[in-house]
Design a protein around this ligand. Sequence first.
Ligand SMILES: Cc1ncc(COP(=O)(O)O)c(C=O)c1O
Length: 378
Amino acid sequence: MIYFDYAATTPVDKRVIKSMMPFLNEKFGNPSSMHSFSSETKKVLEKSRVIIAKAINASSNEIIFTGSATESNNMALKGVAFAKKRGHILVSSIEHDCVLNTAKWLGENGFEIDFLPVDKYGIVDPKEVEKRIKKDTILVSVMHVNNEIGTIQPIETIGKICKKNNIYFHSDAAQSFGKIPIDVTNIDLLTLSSQKIYGPKGAAALFVKDGVKIEPLLHGGGQERGLRSSTENTPAIVGFAKATEICLSTMEKEQKRLTKLRDKIIATLIKEVPNCYLNGHQTKRVSNNVNVRFSSIEGEAILFMLNSYGIAVSTASACSSPKLEPSHVLSSMGLKQEEAHGSIRISMGRWTKESEVNYLLKILPEVVKKLRDISPHK
Ligand SMILES: Cc1ncc(COP(=O)(O)O)c(C=O)c1O
C-alpha cells in the first residue's frame, strides 16, 4: 500500500520511538512524585516543554500538555468562555469539527456564536473579522491550515486585529505545526498536535499566553499549572518533543521537496484529466496537500478504486468522511453539493517518494476514466 493520507495521521518516526522507550519502563516515575523515580521524568517533561515552546517562540510556562488536538481546542474555546461567563465568539466556518461542534455547543449554552465566511479558496478575510467584532466579543478562533484543502489563513493579520481590539485570538495549528514556521507574538492560544508530525498519538499541547485567563475542563491533582489535571503522559510527551525537533531541523528542505511533488500532482491532473479542478488556493497552501475534484463521479468511489490499486487517499477529512454529507469546508467555499462530492484529498509526508507520486499519476487518471464510463451523471 502507498500512503497518501498524512493529513489524517502519520506513522511514528523510529527516532521518536527510540526516544520514548526508556520512559515506558525503567524511567516510569510519576513526574509529580517526590522521590528519585520522579526526578528524571520531571526533568524530561520540562525539557520537552522548552523544546515545544521554543518552536513557536513561546516561554515554557505557556505550554500545557493535553491528550489530543480535540482536547486542546475544547480547552481553548470552553476555557475562555467559562472564564468570561458570557459573550460573543467568532469562529471560521471551515474549522475542524472539534472547534465547530464546541462552538455550537457553547451557542446552545448561553454564548453568541458567529461563523466567519470564507472566499472561494477557503480563506478568511481579516476585514470580515474586524467587521464582525462586537462590544462583547471575547474570542476569535481561526485555524492556521485547513485539514481538508490545506489553505493557509492570514493568522498574523487576524491576530493583530484581535490584539488591537483586546480580544483573545485562538488558532488551531494541528495541520501547520512542524511544516510552517509559527510565531505566537500575536496569538493568545494555539493548538499543537503530535500525531500529525510523526510523534505518538495521545500527546498534544495548548499554548496559553501568559496572562490569558481560562477555566480548566479537568479538575484534580492540579498538574499543568492547574489547567489540565491528570498524570502527564511522559513517554508520549518525550516523543512529541523529539518529533518537533526533527521537523524543525528538516523543515525547509522537506517543504521544498513536498511543494515540488504537490505542484507536479496538481499540474499533471489538471492537464491530463478533463474537468478536474483544484480545491483551495494554488500557492497559499501547505506543501503536503492536494485536494482536487472531478466532475460526474463520487470521491468515495475514487477512494475505493484507488485502494484496490494499493493507494490510500481520503475524502473530506478522516473524521467526517463516514457521514457522506458534502464537506462543510467545500460547501462554505461555494461549491455545489455534486461538485463537493467528487473531491479527494491526497496528502504527502516524510516517506512519500517521487516514484509513488508517479504511480498515483498513472493510476488516478485511469480510475477517473473507468468511473466516468459507468457514471449515470454524465
Ligand atoms: C486541524 C485539525 N484540528 C484538530 C484535529 C483533531 O485531532 P485529534 O483527532 O488528534 O484530536 C485534526 C485532526 O485531523 C485536525 O486536522
